[in-house]
Design a protein around this ligand. Structure first.
Ligand code: 26V
Length: 817
């Protein structure tokens, strides 16, 4: 009798080439000499995944045989990046695959370049989810990621005359070789309608949901390979489809063509990722997306992942769902509904177990980013859930009144239901009420979350609050992105650091070793050279060969203060062109920006336009071209990050203190040997503590100073009036010098800075300029700079997402007591 595969194809060049040809010929039905680059890419991808298959089946079987508590990561976003490189690394097949392609006369790197990354996330939050599932697999933690298979991920950014234009991201158009659709395992999800009371078979009075319409969720499985450890976990992304019932209803209306058209209505649910990442728009489709994936995921777990007939009052012994921000928080009432309405549990028992099955991570400090859903909308879309939320809130507010008698103001602040400006469900409050733990994403953030954002909850439940500082996967962001540095590290301290990143400490003694530091410098230069050639090919941007590479890459947002960076650039330009500094005293710099703006975020788009305008003017001004250049390659994404970060000398982390929850780009730069110029914000605080003050350029107000200035009343114009350098920079920007003489084109940004400046860029300007002068001085000292860069690498092992996962396990998922 045939047995299931326990080994993949043969791990030789010939074995690989044969498997590749089998894919091309017998799966795709294409002959090699007639095949297109796309055919070849698809066959290569399918070949590589074939090598992971046995491990995947084995991992799943092992978990089934020995059921233990699992982690269910619920996230509306996964910013995965390209899959091929990571799969080759996980299987250690890179060399074999390359030689096999060469033996067939194919260009391996050209094939790799065909992959369109799955951009199923906006920025930090989505990329964090991708790092976390990588770490969970590499640490062999039983876990599953749940999310949405958006047909269109984050938009592709293009520039037209310096302005952002969004193009749909049709990432599935070439075929999707990394996914496994399972239409046979569809799950039904209901929406709308009403609720009613009824008497059940045992004479009990109960309530039930009479939904109006439904859709199907089709699971698509993605492999999540651990790092060379034989483990392959699963990421299960849901895609929406019309149900038969839905079809029948509309087809029976008699209008056939209209009915076919209406079918796409259901499919719209997973059509597109919302590209906003800080201001919730309260859009109905977004709530549909959230409920859709959460309902599919809970049902999938209870009905198919859990052992059959498992006693659901002990559900918390099998699962902890981590809520990645408030987006999946509707899972809490959904779990209550499932347990009560579908599994016959009483309220008290259902609540008892539900409150042990969820934990909540908050990723922001901006009050406007906290999601609230209008009661009207929630009632219309999810009437049963609204009832459940009301009851959770009633019982919760009783607890508050008991703990704080007579304090009705507090009750109103803590209520899950907000009354003004409209009645709405506060999702962060709901998550905090129901969650076992609430965590922030960096030490400072967790403190501010507890003391400023949710102080009433902290007073009631001080032990509910904890911190887990974010991390990034060293596999993708060092091993894959920076192969030369990886080789140097392995040659110096031996292998194994990829899964034990604190071992980078062993590099510390080499910070003063002439041979090592020389190699380290060569690696950095090679990465810069590679970047120059990539930007030349990709964007037609020609960068100078020798200049400090000063990089600011992240979403475009006012709180991140790309404008402060721009003021520095304009100020440097002004210093050179006015002759205020001697040319020989200037340290040449190349500034690189990468940033997408939410399509509806007016000011962010104006800032992009202004950066591009400044870049263009500088490129055309012969007085400065040998000393400065500004590059703004379009469409910053994970793929570009992997090329950019290893080349950087200076990492810009300049948010207003108290606004950036953590940042994760900051960690990637430090781990790749860039020095940080940064405020005392988010994880910058921890980076500076670890790498040491002498290896970090700190500037700007501290968070308490920011709060005090805000309380006193902040007037940006007073900084403008009293600081000549600032006045010159702003005046030059406002003059139209960078916008073809048209002052009105710079006005939106300049006027906002002068008269609002919500994030106090002007208040931090002088301090920033001073810090940049210290950067210049440090960069002139080549040995000193290299030493600092090496120490940044050696002391940043803490920022591995493996450590983050360890902390989640110890503090939230599987605490010892
Ligand atoms: C919020 C919203 C609001 C509604 C519209 C859609 C949408 C999508 C995403 C978000 C999340 C914004 C919060 C976020 O991305 N936070 C970032 O999380 C990173 C990982 O923890 C952290 O490093 C960044 O500092 C933080 O800004």
């Amino acid at each position: 009798r045939a047995t299931e595969p326990v080994v993949g194809p043969e791990r030789t060049v010939d074995g690989f080439a044969k498997a590749f040809l089998d894919e091309l010929n017998f799966e795709a039905g294409v002959a090699l000499k007639r095949s297109t680059t796309t055919d070849q890419y698809l066959a290569l991808a399918r070949t590589i995944r074939g090598y992971l298959m046995a491990d995947w089946l084995r991992t799943a079987e092992r978990r089934r045989q020995n059921p233990t508590k699992m982690v269910g990561y619920l996230s509306a976003e996964y910013l995965l990046g390209r899959q091929m490189g990571n799969s080759l690394l996980a299987t250690d097949l890179g060399d074999i695959a390359e030689q096999a392609m060469t033996s067939l006369g194919l260009d391996f790197n050209l094939l790799r370049a065909q992959e369109i990354e799955p951009g199923l996330g906006n920025g930090g939050l989505g990329r964090l989810a991708a790092c976390f599932i990588d770490s969970l697999a590499s640490m062999d933690v039983p876990s599953i990621g749940y999310g949405i298979r958006y047909e269109y991920g984050i938009f592709r950014q293009t520039f037209e005359e310096g302005r952002q234009v969004e193009v749909p991201d049709a990432w599935l158009s070439l075929g999707a070789p990394w996914e496994f659709p399972h239409p046979d395992r569809a799950v039904q999800v209901n929406f709308g309608g009403t609720t009613e009371q009824y008497i059940d078979g045992d004479g009990r009075t109960r309530r039930r949901w009479l939904p109006a319409w439904n859709v199907q969720g089709i699971p698509y499985h993605y492999m999540v390979p651990g790092y060379q450890n034989g483990v392959v976990n699963t990421l299960r992304l849901w895609s929406a489809r019309a149900t038969q019932e839905f079809d029948l209803k509309i087809f029976n209306s008699g209008d056939y063509a209209e009915a076919v058209r209406a079918q796409t209505f259901a499919e719209n649910i997973s059509k597109v990722l919302y590209p906003e990442d800080s201001t919730p728009q309260g859009r109905e489709l977004r709530l549909q997306q959230q409920y859709f994936f959460v309902a599919c995921s809970l049902k999938d777990f209870i009905d198919r992942t859990l052992e059959e007939d498992f006693d659901l009052t002990r559900l918390d012994e099998r699962i902890i769902f981590q809520l990645n921000d408030t987006h999946p928080v509707i899972a809490i009432p959904e779990m209550m509904r499932l347990l009560m309405d579908e599994h016959d549990m009483e309220w008290a028992a259902a609540w008892e177990v539900t409150r042990k099955c969820f934990a909540y991570t908050c990723h922001t400090l901006l009050p406007e980013a906290l999601e609230v859903w209008p009661v009207e909308l929630m009632t219309r879309l999810l009437p049963r859930h609204m009832e459940i939320i009301y009851r959770i809130n009633e019982e919760f507010l009783d607890t508050v009144r008991e703990a704080f008698p007579g304090d009705e103001l507090r009750v109103r602040r803590m209520s899950v239901i907000q009354e003004h400006p409209e009645r709405a469900v506060r999702m962060a409050n709901l998550a905090t009420v129901a969650g076992v733990k609430v965590n922030g994403v960096a030490a400072l953030h967790s403190e501010l979350l507890r003391d400023k954002l949710l102080p009433d909850f902290a007073a009631l439940w001080p032990n509910k609050f904890t911190n887990v500082t974010n991390g990034v996967t060293p596999r993708r962001f060092i091993r894959l992105a920076n192969q030369q540095l990886s080789t140097l590290i392995t040659d110096t301290i031996g292998p194994g650091w990829e899964t034990d990143l604190e071992r980078l400490r062993e590099l510390e003694p080499y910070a003063d070793d002439a041979a090592f530091t020389e190699s380290f410098r060569q690696v950095k230069q090679a990465n810069k050279d590679r970047l120059r050639s990539i930007l030349s090919q990709r964007d037609g941007i020609e960068l100078p060969e020798h200049a400090m590479l000063d990089v600011m890459v992240k979403r475009l947002h006012e709180y991140k203060r790309q404008t402060l960076k721009l003021l520095h650039i304009v100020s440097m330009y002004d210093d050179i062109t006015s002759g205020r500094v001697r040319r020989e005293d200037v340290v040449p710099r190349t500034f690189v920006f990468g940033a997408k703006a939410a399509p509806g975020y007016f000011m962010a788009k104006e800032i992009i336009f202004l950066i591009n305008s400044v870049a263009k003017t500088i490129a055309q001004d012969p007085r400065v071209t040998d000393l400065m250049a500004v590059a703004f390659p379009a469409n910053y994404n994970v793929t570009l990050a992997n090329k950019l970060i290893p080349a950087a000398d200076l990492s810009e982390q300049i948010s207003l203190a108290g606004k950036e929850a953590s940042g994760t780009g900051n960690m990637k730069f430090a781990l790749n040997g860039a020095l940080t110029i940064g405020t005392d914000d988010g994880a910058n605080v921890e980076i500076r503590e670890l790498v040491g003050d002498e290896n970090f350029f700190l500037f700007g107000m501290l968070e308490p100073e920011v709060a005090a200035l805000a309380d006193r009343g902040y007037t940006p114009s007073s900084f403008y009036e009293s600081n000549p350098a600032l006045k010159r920079a702003i005046d030059l920007l406002a003059s139209g010098h960078f916008t073809g003489g048209d002052r009105s084109l710079a006005a939106p940004v300049v006027d906002d800075l002068l008269y609002k400046d919500r994030f106090m860029a002007l208040a931090d300007f002088q301090s920033y300029l001073d810090a940049q002068a210290r950067v210049d001085a440090a960069y002139r000292d080549v040995d000193g700079w290299t030493r600092s860069a090496v120490l940044n690498v050696a002391r940043s092992g803490f920022f591995s997402s493996d450590r983050s996962m360890r902390d989640y396990l110890d503090r939230i998922w599987m605490p010892k007591s």
